[in-house]
Design a protein around this ligand. Structure first.
Ligand code: PLP
Length: 427
């Protein structure tokens, strides 16, 4: 499988032989669904936005992980996209799971995943959720402050605790250390208190920030983690696991993995287990979203002798484009269908520099509900046409709302461009 060594994009663009390329599979699924809709007579909901998920892409990301970080066991961060088929595939591939709430723990346990493959990686937990974790044998959990240690002492003194330290996350898209993580000058007193309370500290965890872009953040975090391992030894703790968190992206994975690998080899002895909590890395590129143009407004500006258009879609910032707001993303609009023609996977669908100008809006009443300010296409787009957006798997549908009465439950059509994924999923 030489494509594992190339970047994902290289594989996507150049592997066009054979019929089951990822693009062909996804394109066929998109077309088939849209062609099945009677746009002139359908019921409300039938022309709703929908996803095509390529489970083969999740599978490839897992193989790429194993190739680059063989020492690090991934615990998929369910919050990023709790899609049941993604969880089922990853459970079959043997990953662990990072859960942030009772509902996530419940969802994973229902797939017959052993509780030892779950880490409740939320440093500030709800009392009743801690009791639930205890009752279901989910022992691994994180903490980063003294109040939480007292809570755990009271509710689950046998828990296996990971001290989460803060990191330099200034180069990441979503900074997490503003909210979580113990500063390095308080780790010693936290360990002292844990000892006094006779709690069971088993590891250290960190997160360099979601959508991290500076691989050196991993080096610094591993160095800091090593200091906490040494501090813990003084208190008689025998830490056995380091959790290096998430923050990986498909675009920069090899560079990050190289820095992390070297840092682990230099600072963390080989008998220490290494786990991680990747979310975005696994699912971002696996999901493609298709949206329908529900309305159009023509803009005639007398000072320019061209017409432009506002297009209103059936999905927006309060829906699957919540990633624009919460995750600082810039989804790229592409044309899927105009009239009776479909353009998926053709150059004609790409934005152009001198075509017709459009702005793209969501369906709600709010002015911030805008997907793209200005984009040009050679096509004359109108109501009933379809647009699509790639790389919509991370932090999209999981943070969609029902604002203005629009649905937050959208169909996912599953395809699998890898035989290994098809075998595991019986597809
Ligand atoms: N672990 C924790 C504790 C998180 O808060 C997050 C994201 O917010 C993740 C893992 C997943 O991060 P990412 O999607 O960047 O890999």
């Amino acid at each position: 499988h030489s494509f594992f060594e190339n970047s994902k994009n290289t594989y996507r663009e150049h592997n066009n032989h054979g019929v089951n390329t990822p693009k062909k599979l996804i394109g066929d699924a998109l077309k088939e669904r849209i062609e099945s809709i009677d746009h002139d007579a359908c019921e409300a909901g039938e022309e709703d936005t929908f996803f095509v998920a390529d489970l083969g892409e999740v599978y490839r990301q897992h193989m790429r992980w194993k190739l680059n970080l063989p020492r690090v066991k991934p615990f998929y961060a369910v919050k990023c996209n709790p899609d049941p088929q993604v969880i089922r595939l990853l459970a079959g591939l043997g990953t662990g799971f990072d859960c942030a709430s009772k509902a996530e723990i419940e969802q994973v346990l229902k797939m017959d995943v052993d509780p030892s493959r779950i880490i409740y990686a939320q440093p500030c937990k709800t009392n009743s959720y801690v009791r639930y974790a205890k009752d279901h044998g989910v022992k691994q959990m994180t903490f980063d402050n003294t109040d939480e240690l007292y809570k755990i002492k009271k509710l689950f003194p046998g828990a296996e605790l990971f001290l989460r330290i803060s990191t330099d996350d200034s180069s990441s898209l979503c900074r997490l250390s503003l909210k979580f993580g113990a500063a390095m000058d308080v780790t010693d007193e936290l360990l002292a208190l844990a000892k006094e309370l006779e709690l069971n500290v088993v590891g250290v965890s960190f997160h360099v920030g979601s959508g991290a872009s500076d691989p050196l953040a991993f080096l610094k975090a591993v160095q800091d983690a090593r200091k906490v391992f040494d501090q813990a030894e003084v208190y008689g703790f025998n830490l056995h696991t380091l959790d290096v968190g998430g923050g990986f992206t498909g675009e920069t994975f090899e560079a990050m993995a190289a820095v992390l690998r070297d840092a682990l080899d230099e600072y963390i002895p080989s008998h220490i287990n290494i786990i991680s909590e990747p979310g975005r890395y696994y699912v971002s590129s696996a999901f493609t979203l298709a949206c329908h143009v529900i309305a159009r407004r023509t803009i005639e500006d007398p000072s320019r002798n061209e017409k432009s258009y506002m297009l209103y879609l059936n999905d927006g910032l309060y829906g699957n484009f919540s990633s624009i707001m919460f995750d600082h993303q810039h989804p790229v609009t592409q044309v899927l269908r105009t009239g009776d023609r479909t353009y998926y996977d053709t150059i004609a669908s790409q934005a152009s520099t001198d075509g017709i100008e459009y702005s793209i809006w969501g369906p709600t009443c709010d002015g911030i509900d805008r997907i793209a300010e200005s984009i040009r296409f050679d096509h004359n787009l109108d109501v009933g046409d379809w647009l699509y957006f790639q790389d919509m798997g991370a932090y999209t549908k999981c943070s969609a709302t029902r604002f203005n009465g629009f649905s937050d439950a959208h169909d996912v059509i599953y395809v699998a461009s890898e035989p290994g994924a098809r075998a595991l999923m019986n597809m």
